[in-house]
Design a protein around this ligand. Structure first.
Ligand code: NCD
Length: 363
């Protein structure tokens, strides 16, 4: 049985096959209307969401299944101090599949390690957001007609934006991908994304703070919100919050087929005047998210039916209890009984990373 916590949990073939299923659902919705009859999806949202939760729920309804869950931590036993592990065990008694969002990095992996049904990560702190990437992929495919040989500009909060980390991971696998990473110095992508994804796969990329200078070279411009809730220093947020605003003037210098994506919600980084431009793909992207979540639910439920194995195995060479994670946003920072597990870095010898949030251990 498999969960999807990180976009890396899906192979390139699987990404292509999910995209194929989503396109088929778009063309033949009636063929899928009873596909999950009798099945239940639990949506466990410990953090606010509009698109992710509602599109998961709409996806399950359109597959003929049912939905249960909660939309804020305050209405679950988390408010009484229940651990993520216990919640996952309990919900496994009531549902066939779980979609979960949590403010702590690594929380979805903890749920997957304890659930007896598949878990889908709908966002864990600033870490990963694989199903947003599925929506992004279908959008790129439908807008651009292909995944290969694209120059992708990613602009805004590349440090805390979890959708960015998962998107870079997915698009790095396709031939000819180039990234232009556009952000202020303080909001550049985390070092582990640069090292473990971009450098390891030899993907060409450059970092710049200059959106205007980058725009003419892009096939896709992926705008993001500055993630206010993840800043520990409110003054830093205030200083950076308006660093990029995409306007029709700026778009005038873009290619006529460039697609503008945004995971949404937007605050003010894309002016409303851009919405009327045919290159603005972000509302279509939100709809694509529903189709990709339908495809993913179908795939995981059909796999779970075939597999009796309910365990997630740890990667080889893990250390338990030797280190404590120093990331204050990690699930292990608040759940004292969670085993402190570190896995070897896939790239750098002798470096260990927290199993849950990927932060490197201190020597
Ligand atoms: C994103 C998220 O939650 O990370 N939203 C979404 O799922 N569509 C982006 C964001 O909140 O900025």
């Amino acid at each position: 049985m498999r969960s999807v916590i990180d976009i890396l949990d899906l192979s390139t073939d699987e990404l292509d096959s999910l995209t194929g299923t989503a396109l088929d659902i778009i063309d033949h919705p009636a063929d899928y209307a009873q596909a999950c009859r009798g099945k239940k999806l639990a949506t466990l949202f410990f953090e606010p969401s509009t698109r992710t939760r509602l599109s998961f729920e709409a996806a399950m309804y359109e597959l003929g299944g049912n939905v249960l869950g909660f939309s804020e931590a305050a209405s679950s036993s988390a408010a009484k101090g229940e651990s993520v592990a216990d919640t996952a065990k309990i919900v496994s008694c009531y549902a066939d599949i779980i979609a979960m969002r949590h403010p702590r990095e690594g929380a979805a992996l903890v749920a997957a390690m304890n659930a007896t049904v598949p878990v889908i990560n709908g966002g864990d702190g600033g870490h990963c957001h694989p199903t947003q990437t599925l929506a992004d992929l279908l959008t790129i495919r439908r807008e651009m007609g292909r995944f290969d040989h694209l120059t992708i500009g990613v602009c805004g909060d590349l440090r805390y934006g979890r959708t960015v980390h998962s998107l870079i991971n997915a698009m790095s696998r396709y031939e000819g991908t180039r990234f232009v990473l556009i952000s202020p110095e303080e909001l550049r992508v985390p070092a582990y994304v640069e090292r473990e994804t971009l450098q390891k796969n030899g993907v060409p990329y450059r970092q710049t703070a200059d959106l205007d200078g980058a725009i003419p070279s892009l096939d896709v411009l992926y705008m993001t919100r500055i993630q206010r809730e993840r800043f520990s220093d409110p003054a830093q947020y205030e200083r950076l919050k308006d660093c990029y605003v995409l306007t029709p003037d700026k778009l005038a210098n873009a290619g006529k087929n460039m697609a503008v994506l945004h995971p949404l919600p937007r605050v003010n980084e894309i002016s409303v005047a851009v919405d009327a431009d045919p290159r603005a793909a972000y509302f279509r992207q939100a709809l694509n998210g529903k189709y990709m979540r339908m495809a993913l639910i179908l795939m995981l439920l059909s796999e779970a039916e075939k597999s009796a194995d309910r365990n997630i195995s740890l990667p080889d060479g893990c250390l338990t209890g030797a280190h404590t994670c120093r990331n204050p946003r990690c699930i292990s920072a608040v759940e004292q009984e969670l085993p402190r597990v570190f896995r070897p870095d896939g790239h750098e010898k002798g470096v260990y990373r927290c199993l849950y949030c990927e932060t490197a251990a201190e020597d």
